[in-house]
Design a protein around this ligand. Structure first.
Ligand code: NAD
Ligand code: UGA
Length: 467
C-alpha cells in the first residue's frame, strides 16, 4: 500500500477547503496543501484575521488549529502537485453554458485542465482522487489523459471519492459522515490505492462507514444520491400545491408520511424551491447521461424533478402577486434571506434570485436583507438573472439593507425566502407598525408562527397551508 505523507487538494472552494482542512485536523502526521488558481480566495484562506472565503459554522476553528501546522493554502499549484503522494481534484463542474449538451451536461473543462496539469508537472507516481461530482466514467478519461502526458516512470491510480457534505453543516458532516464512499478499479493497484485512502479516513471515521465499491458505481452513486434527495423535495412541494388547494397542511402530511420508517422524516420540508450549486446541476447531468445512453424515459423521469422545482418557485411568486390584488407595480416587497439555505453565504441557484427576478418583471421595488450574503454577490446574481435591466436601473428598484427591520420598513409585503432562525426572533410588532396596511407576510419556508403574526394583524400566507 503506497504511503501517504503529503496530500494536495486542487480547488479551495466549498468542498476542497472544508474537506481537506478537516483531513489536516484529524491527521496531524500528514501535510495537506490546498491549491487554487484564484489568488483572492487563497489570500482569504490565509488571512490573519480568519476572514475565510466561505461562511461555514465551525470552519474557522478547524482552520485556526491546523493552518501553519500541517495545513497550507497556496496558489503554487505545480509545487503542490509535485510534492504530493495523493491529490484530490476538487474543482468546479458547472452545467455547460454552450456547445454540445449546453444546459444539461457537466462542464468538465476544469477537471481536464487540472488533470493535464498533474500529468505535465509530476515527477513521481501518485494517487489521483476525483472529489468533484462528475458523470459516470470520468475517471477513465482522467486516466487516459494522465497516461498519455506523463513520464513513463510515473504511475497514476485513480479513485472516486465523492463528497456528500451539505453547506451549513459541512463540518459536522465531515466529522461524522453517514458514509465515506471510495470507488476503485478491481486491480491489485486499484485496491492498494483504495486502502491508502481508506487509512486516511480511518483516522476518525469508523471503518464500517467507509464503503468501497467499483469506480463507476461510486461516480453514479453521487449523482443518484443528489437526484433522490431533490426528488423528495419536489415530491413534497408537489403535495404542498394540493394542500393549498384543499386546506390540508403540508407539515402534517410530511409528519404523517415520514413516520413510516420506510420513508423516514428528513428532507420532507416543503419550501419555495430547492437551490444550491448541485441539485439542479447534478440532475441535469443525469438527464444528459440518460439521453446519451438512449434512455429517454429515464431522462424525462429525472427532468420532472427540476421542472417541479421551477414550478414551485413561479407558483410562489404568482401567489404574492395574486394576493396583493393582482399588481405589485411600484409596491415595496421585503425579501428576507438571499442565500439558498440558512447558515451559508452561498447564493448559487437560490430561490430568492428567481423571486426577485419575477418581482422585477412586475416592476416592484424590492428590499433585500440576508445576514451572510455579501452585497456584491447579490448585485452579480441579479444582473445575471435580469439581463435586460441595466444595473443602474436595477439599483434604483432594488435596495439591500443591513437589518430585517430596515428592509421591512414601508413594505406592503414581507417574503421569507431563506430559513434563517433570526427571522423568527424579529420584533414582528415593530415590523407591523412600520409597514403599509394591509401588511402581508409570505412564508416560503414554514418558518414563522403564523397564528402569532395573524394576532398582530398580518395577513399571512404559508407555503403548503390552505387558507
Ligand atoms: P467552488 O467553485 O467553490 O470551488 C472550486 C475551486 O476550484 C475554485 O476556487 C476554482 O478557482 C478552483 N479551480 C478550478 N480549476 C482549477 C485548476 N485548474 N487549478 C486550481 N484550482 C482550480 O466549487 P465547490 O462548491 O467546492 O464544488 C467543487 C465540486 O464538488 C463540484 O464538482 C461540486 O459538484 C462538488 N460538490 C459540491 C458540494 C457543495 O456543497 N458545494 C458538495 C458536494 C460536492
Ligand atoms: C446537498 C446534499 O444535501 C449534499 O449531500 C450534497 O453533498 C450537496 O448537495 C452537493 O452535492 O452539493 P446542499 O445543497 O449544500 O447539499 O444543501 P441541502 O441541505 O441539501 O439543501 C439543498 C436545498 O434544498 C436548499 O435550498 C434547501 O433549503 C432545500 N431543502 C432541503 C428543502 O427545500 N427542503 C428540505 O427538506 C431540505
Amino acid at each position: 500500500m503506497p504511503a501517504v505523507n503529503k496530500i494536495c487538494c486542487i480547488g479551495a472552494g466549498y468542498v476542497g477547503g472544508p474537506t481537506c482542512a478537516v483531513i489536516a485536523l484529524k491527521c496531524p502526521h500528514i501535510q495537506v496543501t490546498i491549491v487554487d488558481i484564484n489568488q483572492t480566495r487563497i489570500d482569504a484562506w490565509n488571512s490573519e484575521d480568519y476572514k475565510l472565503p466561505i461562511y461555514e459554522p465551525g470552519l474557522e476553528g478547524v482552520v485556526r488549529e491546523a493552518r501553519g501546522r500541517n495545513l497550507f493554502f497556496s496558489t503554487d499549484v505545480d509545487k503542490g502537485i509535485q510534492e504530493a503522494d495523493l491529490i484530490f481534484v476538487s474543482v468546479n463542474t458547472p452545467t455547460k453554458k454552450s456547445g454540445v449538451g449546453a444546459g444539461f451536461a457537466a462542464d468538465l473543462n476544469y477537471v481536464e485542465l487540472a488533470t493535464r496539469r498533474i500529468a505535465a508537472v509530476s515527477h513521481s507516481s501518485k494517487i489521483v482522487v476525483e472529489k468533484s461530482t462528475v458523470p459516470c466514467r470520468t475517471a477513465e478519461s482522467m486516466r487516459t489523459i494522465l497516461e498519455a502526458n506523463s513520464p513513463a516512470e510515473c504511475r497514476f491510480d485513480i479513485l472516486s471519492n465523492p463528497e456528500f457534505l451539505a453547506e451549513g453543516t459541512a463540518i459536522n458532516d465531515l466529522f461524522a459522515p453517514d458514509r465515506v464512499l471510495v470507488g476503485s478499479l478491481e486491480t491489485p493497484e486499484g485496491k492498494a490505492a483504495c486502502d491508502a485512502l481508506t487509512e486516511i479516513y480511518a483516522n476518525w471515521v469508523p471503518r464500517e462507514r467507509i464503503l468501497t465499491v467499483g469506480l463507476w458505481s461510486s461516480e453514479l452513486s453521487k449523482l443518484a444520491a443528489n437526484a433522490m434527495l431533490a426528488q423528495r423535495i419536489s415530491s413534497i412541494n408537489a403535495l404542498s400545491a394540493i394542500c393549498e388547494a384543499t386546506g390540508a397542511c403540508i407539515d402534517e402530511v410530511a409528519y404523517a408520511v415520514g413516520k413510516d420508517s420506510r420513508v423516514g422524516p428528513s428532507f420532507l420540508r416543503a419550501s419555495v424551491g430547492f437551490g444550491g450549486s448541485c441539485f439542479q446541476k447534478d440532475i441535469l447531468n443525469l438527464v444528459y447521461l440518460s439521453e446519451c445512453l438512449h434512455l429517454p424515459e429515464v431522462a424525462n423521469y429525472w427532468r420532472q424533478v427540476v421542472l417541479m422545482n421551477e414550478y414551485q418557485k413561479t407558483r410562489f411568486s404568482k401567489k404574492v402577486v395574486d394576493t396583493l390584488f393582482n399588481t405589485i407595480t411600484g409596491k415595496n416587497i421585503a425579501v428576507l434571506g438571499f442565500a439558498f439555505k440558512a447558515d451559508t453565504g452561498d447564493t448559487r441557484e437560490s430561490a430568492a434570485i428567481s423571486l426577485v427576478r419575477d418581482f422585477q418583471a412586475e416592476n416592484a421595488n424590492v428590499n433585500i436583507y440576508d445576514p451572510q450574503v455579501v452585497h456584491e454577490q447579490i448585485w452579480s446574481d441579479l444582473s445575471e438573472a435580469c439581463p435586460t435591466i441595466p444595473l443602474t436601473t436595477l439599483q434604483k428598484r432594488v435596495k439591500i439593507f443591513s437589518s430585517a427591520l430596515e428592509a421591512c420598513k414601508n413594505a406592503e409585503a414581507v417574503v421569507i425566502a431563506t430559513e434563517w432562525r433570526e427571522f423568527r426572533d424579529i420584533d414582528w410588532n415593530v415590523v407591523y407598525l412600520n409597514m403599509k396596511k394591509p401588511a402581508f407576510v409570505f412564508d416560503g419556508r414554514i418558518l414563522l408562527d403564523a397564528d402569532k403574526l395573524r394576532n398582530i394583524g398580518f395577513k399571512v400566507t404559508v407555503i403548503g397551508r390552505g387558507e
